[in-house]
Design a protein around this ligand. Structure first.
Ligand code: BGC
Length: 520
């Protein structure tokens, strides 16, 4: 029986190409796509813990936070409108990513990025000038539309433009920019919350226009990808672009493969129906389970609600915002560890180590909160050491996520799908991620109120399940060219039996050597 996570060996295919300045510019644009997403993740939690913001839009929450001292600490923030504020964005992002996939395919990656930037800009303006809750929610829906378009097109743009051997690092570069966006938002919240007159939240929300402008401007200046140009029939233009991107005169091999890939994908008339075939079971498992599990690590409880959470466990407003700056910093630094290690130690090692580390931290945090708050949410006097221990373990937990499920939750699905189902499977991945981001964001305050410290054990349970899934069912994909990924599944102890059929589609066959060839 093949090893649980064995790495098959075999000759790979590599195209020549350098990391040209041209390619670096695309990385910056990709970074901007991640920034708008991250900025938003980071800003909402901080804003919802600012008193003037709560007083203006959510007076009920404000009152229960301040006036009623007997209120159960676990439940002080439990307001459906407040959670709707945070989570409305993810439903909007889910819907727009479906529309965006058509725009991206038919009109190119560039118009999608442009639309993403513009919609995000409009949402930021509406939020910055909001006078009523509906303006906040509509603003967030627009932000969500923007994120849907950007997250659909930017990673595509990136992987189509990146030279083959830098694709992994560039992919995690996208996650890095998400974490930088979160950190910037946390720092800004910290300072804006101190502004006299209590209107700092307007700057926090309105500040989103800055990454939006950068993304919009970037998308205007960048050319479309060769892949997209070929798909839309602009062959000569595509060849010229490819030469410029790679910094080479002879790009024939890669160009021919792009043309072939485009023809192949046109042959698949029903990529969605295709996914139901037995041979795609392992891929469908990845496309659904990886994003589901990524969200059920519980990371967004920290990302969205860190200040609220720190407030709940007894920190003042200022200390709460400061602590979320600290977790934001840990998130960025630990992502760098992943960029460094992902191609050396492999995906499985990071997943397994990260899972174990998250599990230990969740149990300790649950125990700390349970010991002090009990089940009635009455903490009494909280010693300083206690707060320090909680923040410390939350940081260790965030670090674990940031070098495992954070980046790998995006990287692994993007590298394991065969070409003919890649785009369909990738949209499943994005949609599942958005749905469960929504579910966790929407349910968290309610869950905290009802499950109390047990909430951390709830997520810990999922961490155990996902770690088992990785151990037994996810093969190592380090250093395997995308075109050869089928080999990985073929030699897997469990999935091999699903891979018995030849990978064929009409008159096109996927050969073991990794090339898509036409049977004439
Ligand atoms: C996840 C987000 C999360 C972020 C935290 C991303 O990979 O998709 O939901 O907030 O990481 O850094």
């Amino acid at each position: 029986m093949p090893a649980v996570g064995g790495i098959p060996t075999g000759p790979g295919k590599e195209y020549p190409g350098n990391l040209t300045p041209y390619v670096l510019v695309t990385c910056v644009v990709a970074a901007m796509g991640g920034l708008i997403f991250g900025y938003d993740i980071g800003i909402s939690g901080g804003v919802t813990s600012m008193d003037p913001f709560l007083r203006k839009f959510f007076p009920k929450v404000y009152r229960s936070k301040h006036d009623d001292t007997s209120t159960n600490q676990y439940c002080q923030y439990n307001s459906e409108t407040l959670t709707m504020f945070t989570s409305s964005l993810y439903l909007a992002a889910l819907l727009s990513s479906l529309v965006a996939s058509t725009v991206t395919r038919k009109l190119g990656r560039k118009p999608s990025m442009l639309l993403g930037g513009l919609l995000f800009f409009a949402g930021a303006l509406l939020n910055g000038f909001a006078q009523a809750v509906w303006m906040l929610i509509v603003g967030r829906i627009l932000l969500g539309f923007g994120i849907g378009f950007a997250n659909q097109s930017v990673p595509l743009y990136l992987s189509e433009t990146a030279p083959y051997k830098y694709r992994g690092a560039l992919n995690i570069g996208f996650q890095l920019s998400i974490t930088v966006g979160i950190l910037i938002a946390n720092v800004l919240n910290y300072f804006f919350a101190k502004i006299d007159g209590g209107w700092g939240w307007r700057l926090s929300l309105g500040g989103a226009i800055v990454p939006a402008i950068i993304l919009t401007a970037g998308s205007l200046f960048l050319p479309d990808t060769p892949n997209s140009l070929i798909e839309r029939g602009n062959m000569e233009d595509a060849r010229e672009k490819l030469k410029r991107i790679r910094g080479l005169e002879n790009v024939d091999e890669e160009f021919d493969d792009l043309v072939m890939a485009s023809e192949l994908s046109k042959k698949v008339e029903h990529p969605w129906r295709n996914l139901l075939q037995r041979k795609y079971r392992p891929h469908v498992a990845v496309a659904t389970l990886i994003p589901f599990f990524q969200q059920f690590t519980g990371i967004n409880v920290i990302m969205f609600y860190a200040p609220v959470l720190f407030n709940t466990i007894g920190f003042g407003d200022d200390a709460s915002l400061m602590s979320s700056v600290i977790t934001g910093l840990v998130n960025v630094v630990a992502t760098l560890v992943s960029i460094y290690g992902v191609d050396k130690w492999g995906r499985r090692f990071l997943f397994l180590e990260g899972g174990a580390q998250m599990l230990i931290c969740q149990i300790i945090v649950a125990a700390c909160i349970g010991a002090k708050f009990g089940i009635d949410g009455q903490p009494g006097e909280l010693p300083k050491w206690y707060a320090i221990v909680v923040v410390l373990f939350i940081c260790i937990y965030v670090a674990a996520f940031a070098w495992s499920w954070g980046p790998l939750g995006w990287l692994v699905p993007s590298e394991v799908f065969p070409l003919e189902i890649r785009s369909a499977a990738q949209s499943i991945n994005v949609s599942v991620n958005m749905v469960f981001t929504f579910v966790v964001a929407q349910a968290f305050l309610n869950m905290l109120c009802h499950m109390k410290f047990g909430l951390f054990l709830f997520f810990a349970f999922f961490v155990v399940v996902m770690t088992i899934y990785i151990y037994y069912f996810l093969p190592e994909t380090k250093n395997i060219p995308i075109e050869e990924m089928n080999q990985v599944w073929r030699s897997h102890w469990f999935w091999a039996k699903f891979m018995t059929e030849e990978f064929s589609n009409g008159n096109v066959e996927m050969h073991k050597g990794g090339q898509a060839l036409k049977n004439v």
